[in-house]
Design a protein around this ligand. Structure first.
Ligand code: LLP
Length: 423
């Protein structure tokens, strides 16, 4: 958005003053499916995923981070074009297998894998478990021995690389809970190499999310390659180096920042030239810009020198602004022009009983009335995925747009869902 001019982005553009997803007017979707509503562009998801496949070396494995958006219809799209999956729980493993990801393209990272989750991964015979502590490796070794099943092991290293992102999503510094130190990683991989039922196959790092510079990723890739080479010199030959995900998006413009190709070049060069297979775990970069959260104005009110637009979406639908003070561009679905345009700056807030319940603060918009539709942009990643039922609110519906058609890919919850599983 430049000044007060509302400009679309990617697959969300204005045609005749109406914001569309591909060739479908968002206003029509609001009418058919109600609000709040997550709307995703099929073409945008595919384009982003294909960019990863096209830019990565042919031998690379691109594992989509299911946590960013685990809707089965979206997962199936990614299966079809050949991506693998990075999962972080038994639930995500279930979703990935259900969507049809080949087990040999699934990797499982996470600091607290439970016994039954490890067993499910072994049942499915996935590509590798990425171990994040010595105790976890002992647990996996015991289960593998009991089952007399060879288990492929990767170790997640904490490379101690500081990154400029929100502290809650920065994961690669020594004081964070993730991964193990380089020294411990070497010890764990030696243990795996000497164990009859463990097979060391890879080394991984994920230094954080929404990182907008290439340099820390390149540093991390170099670090991992150095470690893999060190292991090779002591007889442990790893198959792959996994540089994780973390590539940022410019939430103002919707552009990938850094560009996918620049990021891949930076991480692929050291890994490939050292002779290892490259593994990538992008989440946000594939789905963030492919989705918006569509919401409707319920009331407006002036208060304390501000103008509030109270909308029907809230922090339970999109937690990112509340949790990380994240900025999401907000666009009017109908663009008002000429003399009808009355610029007003709004705090766009939800109805939840928390002052932290906002979707955007001090947003330059045009005068709003009840029923006006707004699109909270770049909401395809960690949007629905982090939604919840706080304040007795129902989780929203999701639709997937393909050109002029829309498919409901998750129904809006009903009040019965609020009772589900209770006694
Ligand atoms: N691999 C691992 C091991 C991860 O923990 C994550 C994200 C990814 C890959 C994918 O990262 P991405 O490419 O999406 O940055 N809820 C936060 C983001 C949390 C990310 C957690 N881990 C947000 O809304 O910004």
């Amino acid at each position: 958005m430049s000044g007060n001019e509302f400009v679309g982005y990617g697959r969300f553009q204005y045609h005749h003053q109406q914001l569309h997803c591909e060739n479908t007017p968002l206003a029509e979707l609001a009418k058919s499916y109600g609000t709040p509503l997550y709307v995703y562009s099929r073409a945008a998801i595919l384009e982003n995923a294909r960019t990863f496949l096209a830019q990565a070396p042919a031998s690379a494995l691109v594992c989509y981070a299911v946590k960013a958006n685990g809707n089965p219809a979206i997962l199936r799209l990614l299966v079809e074009i050949g991506l693998g999956a990075d999962v972080t729980s038994g639930g995500e493993l279930f979703l990935a297998l259900h969507a049809g990801f080949p087990p040999e393209k699934i990797i499982y990272s996470g600091v607290g894998k439970l016994r039954h989750e490890i067993e499910a991964a072994l049942d499915a015979n996935i590509c590798a478990l990425h171990v994040e502590s010595a105790m976890e490796l002992e647990q996996i070794a015991a289960i593998a021995s009991q089952r007399q099943q060879v288990v492929s092991i990767g170790v997640r290293v904490n490379p101690d690389i500081p990154v400029g992102t929100h502290p809650y999503i920065s994961t690669g510094a020594a004081q964070h809970k993730f991964g193990v130190s380089a020294e411990t990683a070497v010890t764990l991989l030696h243990f795996a190499a000497s164990h009859p039922w463990l097979k060391p196959v890879g080394i991984a790092a994920h230094i954080g999310s929404q990182i907008q510079e290439v340099a820390p990723f390149a540093t991390s890739a170099d670090f991992l390659v150095g470690l893999a080479d060190e292991l090779a010199s002591s007889g442990i030959h790893l198959e792959y180096v996994d540089v994780g995900g973390g590539l940022g998006v410019n939430y103002e413009t919707g552009d990938q920042s850094p560009k996918i190709e620049d990021w891949i070049r930076a991480v692929a060069t050291p890994v490939e030239s050292a002779g290892y297979r490259l593994v990538l775990e992008p989440g946000r970069a594939i789905v963030a810009g492919a989705g918006v959260l569509l919401t409707q104005v319920v009331y407006t009110k002036p208060q304390g020198g501000k103008q509030f637009a109270i909308v029907d979406a809230a922090m339970n639908d999109l937690l990112r602004p509340t949790l990380y003070s994240a900025h999401h561009a907000i666009l009017p679905v109908t663009k008002v022009t000429g003399t009808l345009k009355v610029p007003v700056t709004y705090d766009v807030v939800g109805p939840i009983c928390e002052t932290g319940d906002f979707l955007g603060k001090e947003r330059p918009l045009s005068l709003l009335s009840p029923g006006d539709l707004l699109a909270v942009c770049h909401a395809g990643a960690y949007g629905f995925a982090m939604s919840n039922n706080y304040n007795g609110r129902l989780r929203p519906a999701e639709v997937l747009v393909d050109d002029e058609t829309a498919q409901l890919i998750r129904q809006r919850q009903t009040y019965e869902h609020l009772l589900e599983g209770t006694c």
